[in-house]
Design a protein around this ligand. Structure first.
Ligand code: NAP
Length: 250
């Protein structure tokens, strides 16, 4: 494993109790950062915090990214726990029910957009002022190849991830001279609990598009994110970094 220096940095990882977020938290801790896991399920959060406790300073903070009040409370609690915020990883997200556009319940569309896109907006809205006070920051949005290509039977998910990419591009330009960089990763399919929300046909479709013919690993996402969270990432902002086993062609 490459050594990435995040000593004295404080990171928030939303949706950090499991899957990709958990691996990111683990890698940031291994790099010396203190990590606030924000997640919606207190039990999963507590379990994750206990699993990570031997790796460094970690706090579990119950947060619903769709609630302005909850996000404000979690921001204050993170600062109480660690004194400042340097790094934000917008990772919390859901897949939603797989269906064609005309078969998708409008309420399901709203639910996915609310968690996957409004959530990261609300978290940035609360956290960016703290990064500005700090004079330093790294923000990474966990988008998806679906946001670049549009997956069939996942219009809400694809649109939310395209929105997340655009959010990073806007915010990256707004903060370009503030020593706060904002980037996205766009993974293809990675095996996590998210699979439980998808049909087998949808998972098979996504795998069939990957030239390496395998799923990505959560640790592979964490490795890229750790570098994007570091000072060594210094001339990239508003950018999208692929992690797709060769699927991405642009
Ligand atoms: P996961 O295992 O389901 O983890 C997502 C976490 O986010 C869960 O702990 C979940 O809690 C939490 N969460 C959901 N709604 C939340 C809310 N409103 N507020 C706070 N936390 C919330 O999924 P994953 O596969 O690791 O995915 C992580 C991110 O990577 C997502 O944004 C996903 O879209 C993206 N991504 C995943 C893949 C893939 O193939 N896995 C590919 C590309 C991008 P509960 O489980 O308790 O609801």
């Amino acid at each position: 494993m490459n050594q990435i220096d995040l000593k004295s940095r404080v990171a928030i990882v939303t949706g950090g109790a499991r899957g990709i977020g958990f691996s990111i938290a683990n890698r940031l801790l291994a790099s010396g950062a203190s990590v606030a896991l924000w997640d919606i399920d207190p039990n999963a959060l507590d379990q994750a915090r206990q699993q990570l406790a031997s790796s460094g300073k970690v706090a579990g903070i119950v947060a619903d990214v769709t609630s302005t009040q909850s996000v404000a409370g979690a921001t204050a609690e993170t600062i109480r726990a660690f004194g400042k915020i340097d790094i934000l990883v917008n990772n919390a997200g859901i897949a939603g029910v797989n269906a064609k556009v005309w078969e998708t319940d409008p309420a399901e569309w709203q639910r996915v957009l609310n968690i996957n896109l409004t959530g990261p907006f609300l978290v940035c809205h609360a956290v960016v002022p703290k990064l500005l006070e700090n004079g330093y920051g790294r923000i990474v949005n966990i988008a998806s190849i679906a946001g670049k290509e549009g997956n069939p039977n996942a219009c809400h998910y694809s649109a939310s991830k395209a929105g997340m990419i655009a959010l990073a591009k806007s915010l990256g330009k707004e903060l370009a001279t503030s020593n706060i960089l904002v980037n996205c990763i766009a993974p293809a399919v990675i095996e996590t609990d998210l699979f439980k929300q998808m049909t087998k046909a949808h998972i098979d479709y996504m795998l069939s598009k990957i030239p390496m013919n395998r799923f990505g690993k959560t640790e592979e996402a964490a490795a890229l994110v750790a570098w994007l969270c570091s000072e060594e990432c210094s001339f990239s902002t508003g950018a999208v970094f692929d992690l797709s086993g060769g699927r991405a062609t642009y």
